[in-house]
Design a protein around this ligand. Structure first.
Ligand SMILES: Nc1nc2c(ncn2[C@@H]2O[C@H](COP(=O)(O)OP(=O)(O)OP(=O)(O)O)[C@@H](O)[C@H]2O)c(=O)[nH]1
Length: 403
């Protein structure tokens, strides 16, 4: 999932790392610099340990922890001045001595002396001009992965803000610094509007009514069936309602899933009022103690006015607890545009992206929340009923940086 994007992000971090580290080597101190000499002496056989400052889940999730990490970057422990403000302070403190047990395994081919000098000088600062060409490459990479333009710009601004003028943390590799900055920028755009779906369902009065909207052909019907399975797994009963009375064959399609799952389905004949179908399903749920009503609606109608009229009527008469937009991750930019259109026409509460398992790009997964202001709640990850994963921004960002 999203392997193409993952490769591009990894290309960005290694390109920046390579450039900045090269500069650090070029800026190495003069031969007789006592600091560098000192650093050379401290290099053990196993190489300098690079204490990586991998962001924990909390660090990515929480601005406070992130701030701590940044502060740590500027004020090394022990009250030592920032690395570039005083040459003396660059010398590794006694307890900063590289430790063989922490030997890096980053596959870096530079000599140990070079690495030590980079660490000892602590000079490397990622300046805006150094970054710019890499940011241009990153922008291209994001756009070619179908990340929406405004979202790509937001990510670039985040990375730039997080990196520009950063002093190299003496014991952290540039790669980690860049990865952290990118992770944080990505997390910020994809976590927009997140709420706890299960909690919202628990807090709603029974029966909980969830209406699904989105164009035909994207896996909306399958997603409704997967949601029935999701609730079943959590001990909650469901009734399905086919409010897509517009499309021939829609009843049969949902009926088949209902049979497979042993669920009750409410249908009316083609052309009838979708609100009436969902209303009947709610009545059925009340009479039979069913926990959740899952209502399909017609996909794209003739105009967005029709769409809005349909959903407004359901809203007025039934007041669903959630309206969820469904589209396919593989549609990339088209899915992002449709999410925006549907949200403009009739406000959604969140989105499900299907076929994420078949999407190497990840552009829709990264863009939809930021563009609509509503969270992605689930990803469809296959054709089986249990191929539905709650969307966890932290996990998604982590997976984009898995080695
Ligand atoms: N690989 C994969 N296939 C999926 C996923 N979700 C749905 N599909 C497949 O996509 C095809 C279309 O799904 P349906 O739910 O029938 O979609 P549809 O007929 O377009 O239905 P509507 O969207 O309701 O109009 C089916 O073969 C599904 O099995 C998913 O998350 N991953």
């Amino acid at each position: 999932m999203f392997d193409g994007l993952k490769d591009k992000l990894s290309g960005f971090t290694s390109d920046v790392e390579e450039d900045v580290d090269e500069e650090a080597v070029e800026e190495e101190p003069a031969e007789d610099d006592p600091v560098a000499a000192d650093a050379d002496e401290h290099v053990p056989e196993g190489g300098p340990g690079e204490e990586t400052v991998e962001p924990t889940a909390e660090a990515v999730a929480s601005p406070e922890t992130t701030a701590d990490v940044d502060t740590a970057a500027e004020e090394p422990p022990g009250g030592v001045e920032p690395a570039d403000s005083s040459p003396e302070s660059d010398a590794p403190a006694e307890d900063d001595e590289p430790d063989e047990s922490e030997a890096t395994d980053d596959g870096d081919s530079r000599s140990l002396t070079e690495k030590a000098k980079i660490m000892a000088t602590g000079k490397t600062v990622i300046e805006e001009e150094d970054l710019q060409k890499h940011l241009d490459d990153l922008e291209l990479a994001l756009l070619s992965s179908d990340v929406e333009m405004s979202v790509a710009n937001e990510i670039l601004a985040g990375v730039e803000e997080n990196l520009t003028g950063q002093t190299r943390r003496r014991l952290s590799s540039t790669g980690n610094l860049v990865r952290d900055a990118l992770r944080e920028a990505l997390y910020d755009v994809i976590s927009v509007g997140q709420f706890d779906f299960d909690e919202r369902v628990q807090q709603a009065d029974s029966p909980v009514v969830i209406v699904f909207t989105g164009v035909n052909g994207v896996g909306k019907t399958t997603t409704i069936a997967k949601m029935a399975q999701y609730f079943e797994d959590r001990g909650m009963s469901t009734v399905l309602a086919n409010g897509d009375t517009y499309r021939a064959g829609a009843n049969e399609q949902l009926q088949k899933h209902a049979e497979n799952l042993g669920k009750k389905i409410i249908t009316h004949e083609q052309g009838s009022d979708p609100t009436a179908v969902v209303y009947d399903a709610v009545e059925y749920a009340k009479a039979n103690d069913v926990d959740v009503v899952l209502g399909d609606t017609a996909g794209r109608l003739h105009t967005s006015d029709d769409l809005m009229a349909q959903l407004e009527k359901i809203d007025r008469n039934i007041d669903p607890d959630m309206t969820i937009f469904v589209d396919e991750a593989v549609a990339g930019q088209d899915a992002v545009n449709r999410a925006r259109e549907f949200n403009d026409a009739a406000e959604i509460d969140g989105a499900v992206l299907t076929k994420a398992d078949a999407d190497p790009q990840g552009g829709a997964a990264i863009s939809v929340a930021h563009v609509t202001g509503k969270p992605i709640l689930f990803l469809g990850t296959g054709q089986d009923y249990d191929d539905l994963e709650p969307f966890d921004p932290e996990r998604i960002v982590d997976s984009l940086f898995d080695e």
